[in-house]
Design a protein around this ligand. Structure first.
Ligand code: NDP
Ligand code: HSE
Length: 436
């Protein structure tokens, strides 16, 4: 079989890693794919940087359209990022009959439905293993390995940057800002790091996993999203004292009334495997009705771990090039005309357990007022701890863990509790998953 020619758009962190892995392992890759896969063209805004990485034998250009329009290119690898020019380039490549590999979860979460429809019309493949979980082959596992199962829920640590920040803060006492700066230096963070720390990147990835797991369209705008930027060291420490770790979790659950889609900091018992996933590592827990719980673990960001997924997609596409399009694995695992319109549940209807921290005046009757509000709303308390007041202060921190309850009830209770004159400050609410 003649060599497959690849055109790379963007030779930054992941593009550079992809170039290096493809070159270093070319013989092994050709033995697997059944043909050579060669990087023929590279486009980057910084042509000098691209030449320095790619050398003389590869055509380097500043104009990415030169690649998507070039008749010799079989597969376009988009590693520019964002939802602007990347979208235009991918749609143009598809229109030109080229297969696409991308790591761009922001683009897929926002415009995947349109991109996959365009690809289907032109009988081309759009592969995106690197878009979720960096080097973990979670798309392949969900789409193919678990295809016998009815997926019940997915819970994942799926943003390397925020997990790195939380780990550095807890283990080394590094400040939030310093940990974020280091994650950026290591090439983990998005071009706009608010995507990482505000849970947006995790929500992009959750939209993709939920679509594949439950056979629903991509619905990024329906994901409840809360990041780690407001977490305090105090809450991280109190959670530890109670035997929990706080992680940014992306959770999707199938319920009788619809599907939950949410990203937020979450207390997890420290004895659970997923609570011990540290640094840039990611982990995805999937519950299938036949297989039970499975867990996928590995580096969630960085040049070569992500390149591992990009190159695996190249091998997959190369193997399937001559296959009848009808016999390829559907982009979202389910046949395109079989996607369901199961509703996404509003956050108020989500059921969770909670960690609540209240700053209250240390005097008789306060606890009774608070517990009455909770009882009236049917919220049952599992544990409660009152911290010692700081020297010279009359205010104390009261920590409560609740049993499973409806989010709306907790929201209503918080409004009432905050209105009590004996309560200072806003109530801190962090959701809690036991994974029993
Ligand atoms: P980088 O910013 O490191 O790389 C992007 C590259 O594209 C840069 O070299 C940039 O040049 C170049 N570029 C920008 N605009 C153009 C253009 N119009 N034409 C040609 N080249 C252009 O980003 P990453 O490698 O980190 O990320 C790439 C994609 O991979 C994103 O979608 C990201 O979300 C995704 N991803 C990243 C991971 C990671 O660990 N970093 C992991 C998984 C996915 P310049 O620098 O001069 O602007
Ligand atoms: N910024 C992302 C992260 C890159 O930190 O997880 C991998 O998708």
């Amino acid at each position: 079989m003649k060599p497959i020619k690849v055109g790379l758009l963007g030779i930054g962190t992941v593009g550079g890693g992809t170039f290096a892995v493809l070159l270093r392992n070319q013989e092994e890759i050709a033995r697997r794919a059944g043909c050579a896969i060669t990087m023929a063209m590279v486009a980057d805004k910084d042509v000098d940087k691209a030449r320095a990485i790619a050398g003389d034998r590869v055509v380097v250009t500043a104009d990415a359209y030169e690649i998507v329009n070039h008749p010799d290119i079989d597969i376009v690898v988009e590693l520019i990022g964002g939802t602007g020019i990347a979208k235009e380039l991918i749609l143009k490549a598809i229109a030109n009959g080229k297969h696409v590999v991308t790591a761009n979860k922001a683009l897929l979460a926002n415009h995947g439905n349109e991109i996959f429809a365009a690809a289907q019309k032109k009988d081309v493949m759009v592969a995106f293993e690197a878009a979720v979980g960096g080097g973990i082959p979670i798309i392949k596992a969900l789409r193919e390995g678990l295809s016998a199962n009815r997926i019940e829920w997915i819970a994942a640590i799926i943003n390397g940057t925020s997990n790195y920040i939380l780990t550095e803060m807890r283990d080394k006492g590094v400040s939030f800002d310093a940990a974020l700066e280091e994650a950026q230096r290591l090439g983990y963070a998005e071009a706009d790091p608010t995507f990482d720390i505000e849970g947006i990147d995790a929500a992009h990835k959750l939209s993709i996993m939920a679509a594949i797991g439950f056979g629903i369209p991509m619905q990024f705008s329906a994901v409840y999203t809360e990041g780690i930027s407001k977490l305090t060291r105090e809450d991280i420490r109190y959670a530890e004292e109670l035997g929990y770790r706080i992680k940014l979790l992306a959770i999707s659950k199938r319920k009788a009334q619809g599907i939950e889609l949410r990203v937020h900091p979450t207390l997890i018992p420290e004895r659970r495997l997923i609570a011990n996933v540290e640094g840039v590592m990611n982990a995805v827990l999937v519950m299938g009705d036949a297989v039970g719980q499975t867990m996928y673990y590995g580096a969630g960001a960085g040049a070569e771990p992500t390149a591992s997924a990009v190159v695996a997609d190249l091998v997959d596409v190369a193997r399937m090039l001559t296959a009848d399009p009808e016999h390829r694995v559907p982009h979202l695992a389910f046949q395109p005309d079989q996607l369901s319109n199961t509703p996404i549940l509003p956050m108020g209807q989500v059921e969770s357990a909670y960690y609540l921290r209240l700053r209250v005046f240390d005097k008789p009757g306060v606890l009774a007022d608070i517990t009455r509000i909770l009882a009236d709303l049917g919220i049952s308390i599992e544990a409660m701890v009152q911290k010692e007041p700081r020297e010279g202060e009359d205010w104390v921190n009261l920590i409560m863990l609740t049993h499973l309850t409806l989010e709306q009830h907790v929201s209503d209770a918080i409004v009432k509790i905050e209105a009590l004159p004996v309560v200072a400050d806003k109530v801190t609410r962090i959701r809690l998953e036991e994974f029993n």
